[in-house]
Design a protein around this ligand. Structure first.
Ligand code: C2E
Ligand code: CA
Ligand code: CA
Ligand code: CA
Length: 279
């Protein structure tokens, strides 16, 4: 490819395309959204395959936009990351999950762990574990009911420092999951060195089960590997009874997906907590 010269650069700079303009406007709106408390968390159940019971939730971010309605995270997470707004939003998410745990407890529900997604930008903070400790400590929530989900690419960007950060979070009594497993490039050797509790198989491998022989083989191998490393396995994106049965046959521990439930507003989760039995 031809190297872009200085002139080319300065020629194009002032001419902002529509995309860049829209991004800037969205960035300003996102800063406002945090201030006006327009972010909300929905919670998607994880279900034990052995018992069919609720085993936990994953907190998923939405933006309750005054005009556009409920905006899904894929439309704004990238901008939150690029601009660093994910740092204050991420802290709000951790605090909000802690408050929700206490609310459910007050309603008399049997507690289940709630998982929080961490972004690369958050994970690059040298003092992330202290930040988490401060927020959780101030809230009074039980650290053992918190779990953090991290993707392979996030861990593999700097495995040495990732291992240190994970160890610091583990020392706080919280659990750790590797998210979207199979979509990144993780070295299995490193997987063993991270203090992980759970491996989440990406829904790309689940979608065509049980018909796709390759996916069936990969899924069974990953479950077996994870169990040998003493990791619990959650299959993501389970949409059908047949997929759930297949994964049960593979000794997968938990499923998450539309088959059991879509992500739900917190108020609707209270009934699920009371019921316990989901499938
Ligand atoms: P993820 O962490 O892999 O979350 C799972 C996504 O799959 C969610 O999309 C969920 O609604 C969707 N999903 C669940 N079950 C099914 C199913 O059976 N079929 C299909 N087709 N999809 C299913 P969502 O909520 O739109 O989130 C998308 C991504 O945005 C998440 O992927 C995560 O990477 C990111 N994200 C969401 N919330 C947060 C957050 O609080 N913080 C950070 N850093 N990232 C977040
Ligand atoms: Ca996740
Ligand atoms: Ca995932
Ligand atoms: Ca994903």
């Amino acid at each position: 490819a031809k190297k872009a010269g200085r002139n080319t650069h300065s020629f194009y700079m002032p001419v902002m395309n529509e995309d860049a303009t829209r991004r800037l406007r969205t960035e300003a709106e996102l800063r406002e959204a945090l201030r006006r408390e327009e972010f909300v968390l929905h919670y998607q159940p994880k279900v034990s395959l052995a018992t069919g019971r609720l085993a936990g939730f994953e907190a998923l971010l939405r933006w309750q936009h005054p005009v556009r309605g409920l905006v899904p995270p894929l439309e704004f997470i990238g901008i939150l990351e690029d601009t660093g707004i994910i740092i204050p939003v991420g802290e709000w998410i951790i605090g909000q999950v802690c408050r929700q745990l206490l609310l459910w407890e007050r309603e008399g529900a049997a507690p289940v762990p709630v998982a929080i997604n961490l972004s690369a930008r958050q994970f690059q903070q040298a003092d992330l574990a202290q930040v988490i400790e401060r927020i959780v400590g101030a809230s009074g929530a039980n650290p053992q009911l918190l779990e953090f989900e991290l993707t392979e690419s996030l861990l593999m960007a700097d495995p040495e420092s990732a291992a240190a950060t994970l160890a610091a979070i583990k020392r706080l009594g919280m659990n750790l999951s590797i998210d979207d497993f199979g979509t990144g490039y993780s070295s299995l050797a490193y997987l063993k060195r991270f203090p992980l509790d759970t491996l989440k198989i990406d829904r790309a491998f689940v979608r065509d089960l049980p018909e796709d022989g390759d996916d069936a083989a990969i899924t069974q191998a990953v479950i077996s590997l994870a169990h040998h490393l003493s990791l619990k396995v959650v299959a993501e994106g389970v949409e059908t009874l047949e997929q759930a049965r297949t994964l049960h046959g593979y000794a997968c521990d938990q499923i998450q997906g539309y088959y059991a439930s879509r992500p739900l507003p917190a108020a609707e989760c209270t009934a699920l907590l009371a019921r316990g039995q989901l499938i």
